[in-house]
Design a protein around this ligand. Structure first.
Ligand code: ADP
Length: 284
């Protein structure tokens, strides 16, 4: 699968006094199997961008081409996009509404027009992909679950559409540390085990550093940086100038370097810091 975003511009309420250019000539190419983190200050255009990728918003100008098909064409069947790109909104559990978990997850596949056997197969597979035991949970109400588990059900509902790409908007917002780790572990698993292309919108540089192999930085509707974590996190000044930061441990490594300790510039996770510091200690 490939996605090409070409010269994408989006203006909200064009022609009114409240007109707002939320995306300004964005160009991004995404290939199969990438794990991309999308970061940027609030209001930088992240939500507007991801809603274009799954066809919820139409560009003011520009194109989005998925597997050679321009999804901004008027006549396109939305099911084409739903099978390619799944979008998990912020606080997706607010959209759970059925009386059982099984019914909730089945809602999307049913709407694709699949027969009941296929729907049931999709539900079982999606539950196992997000680590929910089918027999244990299928008849429970989604509302009986913990925050983290509810979110898994909501993610399973999108995964059951079997999209090649999954976009998640702040999937750990509002969860406790264990819930956060669980959800991030599940997302990593969807990427590593099930080969899904992931776009993770996140404010946590720690999470981004641990998971992503590519980072896209948005500011004022523009994509201002796009590269590997090493390329992006070495641009501390640019990130800070747009209200972002690097992981805490990267600041620590920078301080140590300033004090004359020869620690690598590419320290973005606690694990990397541990390895680097042990290397230095072992040399002494
Ligand atoms: P982010 O997800 O990075 O916080 P958004 O894409 O939500 O950014 O917003 C980008 C800009 O577009 C902001 O200035 C925001 O106020 C504006 N905006 C977002 N949604 C709407 C809307 N429905 N109507 C008008 N302006 C909007």
């Amino acid at each position: 699968m490939s996605i090409k975003i070409e010269n994408l511009t989006h203006v909200y309420m064009e022609g009114s006094p409240f007109e707002k250019k939320a995306l300004d000539d964005v160009n991004i190419e995404i290939t199969d199997g990438e794990f991309i983190a999308l970061i940027g200050h609030t209001g930088s255009g992240k939500s507007t961008l991801i809603q274009h990728i799954n066809g919820l918003l139409k560009p003011t100008s520009g194109k989005i081409i998925i597997d050679g098909v321009d999804i901004t064409e008027k006549k396109l069947n939305l099911n084409f996009i739903r099978k390619k790109v799944g979008l998990v909104f912020q606080y997706p559990e607010y959209q759970l509404f059925e009386e059982t978990i099984e019914k909730d997850i089945a809602f999307g596949p049913k709407n694709l027009g699949l027969n009941s056997e296929d729907v049931s197969g999709r539900v079982k597979k999606a539950m196992s992909m997000v680590g929910l035991d089918y027999e244990e949970y299928k008849d429970k109400s989604p509302f009986e679950l913990s925050g983290g588990q509810k979110r898994r059900v909501a993610i399973a509902g999108v995964v059951a559409m079997e999209p090649k790409m999954l976009i998640l908007d702040e999937p750990t917002a509002g969860l406790d540390p264990k819930g956060r780790d669980d959800i991030l572990g599940q997302i990593k698993n969807l990427h590593d085990e099930y080969n899904m292309t992931i776009i993770l919108v996140s404010h946590s540089m720690e999470d981004v550093a641990k998971l992503a192999d590519r980072i896209i930085v948005m500011n004022k509707g523009k994509c201002i940086l796009d590269g590997s974590p090493a390329e992006i996190f070495n641009k501390i000044d640019v990130l800070e100038s747009v209200g972002l930061a690097v992981p805490q441990v990267t600041y620590m490594a920078k301080k140590l370097r300033e004090k004359g300790i020869n620690i690598s510039k590419n320290v973005f996770t606690v694990d990397q810091a541990k390895k680097e510091l042990l290397k230095i200690l072992n040399k002494r």
